[in-house]
Design a protein around this ligand. Structure first.
Ligand SMILES: [Ca+2]
Ligand SMILES: [Cu+2]
Length: 346
């Protein structure tokens, strides 16, 4: 699904309109974020049984049958690394929060400096929740199904009345890039680069459409948690899940990684640049040193990968291994989480 940013949605929720006006402030906010680095204490809790070894190798990155930012196809060499078998769960994230008392961005009051002119009492913590308007027909405007909900955060993914009590094995959501980086640092790991992520997602297949091969429904079976029915108003949950699914509910790929397609978008370390592949290094690319999203010029964004429970074959196909998404680093969403990687040897 298309990205939405925390800052722009806070502004929309406060002002009704004013998006265009908002871009200036969003730009400033993004620059602040860019210059911020979380210094959290590093505590090693690496449990290798939760990770799999992704072997050194070479793969063809990108696609020619996807969006323009997936092209050109190019060969990339990747040095082997460890990767979490699953997306980080609510249970795992709770351990981190208990140990560090970390407060996620969604739980913090928006910085008044980013919203000049907005009364202080309107600046309340919150995050971005899937709230589809009835009878959406034009899918070009994501504001029809995303809104800033006060009190929404990782413990309350749909707002203050929701709970994760029966979802502890589900991926944590409503965590922004900064939160994900803080978790990775605490666990002695880091976020994957976009290239590492795609290499791992392909699971040893060569240019396949999906992490398991070329067929969407092998033997008529859903291989991932995505969206069935007419998005965003009809969710027939043919795969068994309305929103997120417990991690590992579907068969793992060739490297033993679960949910590399669907469930939640996963944060990568790279800045997003649509034409990066034209000039990216062919060995362990780390991403560009700047960001640009033609849909929201001025807002620096980080890459997310893998698609989510909101992606459908009739619309975005975001779960293909080559599909690229981008979100501003201070934005948490109900369909976005992460997993970590770690350098080393087998
Ligand atoms: Ca589903
Ligand atoms: Cu999508």
């Amino acid at each position: 699904m298309k990205p939405a940013t925390r800052s722009s949605l806070i502004l929309v929720s406060l002002l009704g309109t004013g998006l265009v006006l908002g871009f200036f402030w969003v730009y400033r906010a993004a620059m602040d974020v860019k210059n911020r680095r979380d210094q959290r204490s590093v505590e090693s809790t690496a449990e290798m049984s939760d990770m799999v070894w992704i072997p050194t190798g070479k793969f063809t990155m990108g696609a020619t049958d996807g969006e323009t930012d997936e092209a050109p196809l190019h060969d990339v060499k990747i040095t082997g690394f460890w990767m979490d078998k699953t997306e980080v769960t609510n249970e795992q994230f709770e351990k981190f929060v208990k140990a560090t008392h970390y407060v996620t961005v969604a739980e913090r009051k928006p910085d008044p400096k980013q919203f000049p002119g907005v009364p202080e009492d309107k600046l309340v913590p919150g995050s971005i929740v899937f709230t589809p308007e009835p009878n959406v027909t034009d899918l070009s405007n994501h504001m029809q199904w995303w809104s800033y909900v006060p009190g929404a955060d990782w413990r309350h993914p749909e707002g203050p009345k929701s709970s994760i009590a029966d979802r502890m094995k589900h991926p944590v959501v409503q965590v922004c890039w900064d939160d994900a980086v803080a978790y990775c640092q605490w666990s002695g790991k880091r976020l994957p680069t976009e290239a590492e992520w795609e290499y791992a997602a392909r699971g040893g297949t060569e240019r396949a459409h999906y992490p398991w091969g070329n067929e969407l429904l092998p033997q008529g079976r859903w291989m991932m948690n995505c969206w069935q029915g007419k998005f965003p108003n009809e969710n027939t949950h043919g795969d068994g899940f309305m929103t997120t699914a417990p991690v590992g509910s579907f068969p793992p790929n060739g490297y033993g990684l679960s949910d590399m397609a669907g469930n939640v978008w996963e944060w990568c370390s790279d800045w997003y640049l649509p034409d990066y592949y034209k000039s990216s290094p062919r060995e362990n690319p780390l991403g560009p040193d700047k960001s640009f999203d033609p849909n929201e010029p001025g807002v620096w964004k980080r890459v997310t990968r893998g698609g989510s429970w909101m992606c459908s074959d009739s619309y975005c196909k975001g779960y293909r291994p080559s599909a690229r998404m981008k979100t501003s680093p201070d934005t948490g969403l109900q369909n976005t989480g992460f997993r970590c990687v770690k350098a080393g040897t087998r």
